[in-house]
Design a binder for this molecule. Sequence first.
Ligand SMILES: [Zn+2]
Length: 109
Amino acid sequence: MNRKKRESKEDLPANFSFGINDERLKKEKNSARILRNSQWWKRQKSSGLCHYCHQQFRPSELTMDHVIPIIRGGRSTKGNVVPSCRQCNTEKKDHLLMDWKGYFKSEEP
Ligand SMILES: [Zn+2]
């Protein structure tokens, strides 16, 4: 009888998405892979600069980060991907999770 009852609204399921279906997700991930292999991306990384903390890294240490995550409707386009160090990438993810509900609200018409 010690089953904890919680408001389900507080816990979004891991596969929660904003109407993004698997097909779209797959397509965007594929686009991201292509973009990651492009000369354009190599140029972006060659500066070694992290988009978020503006610190200098080795190009190989930078990862591709979607400013608007695919799951939230972002696309794998040049305008939506930035070089990010691993630390910022991780911190941004945490931040997004905390702001998850805020984003949800603001995206309502
Ligand atoms: Zn950084």
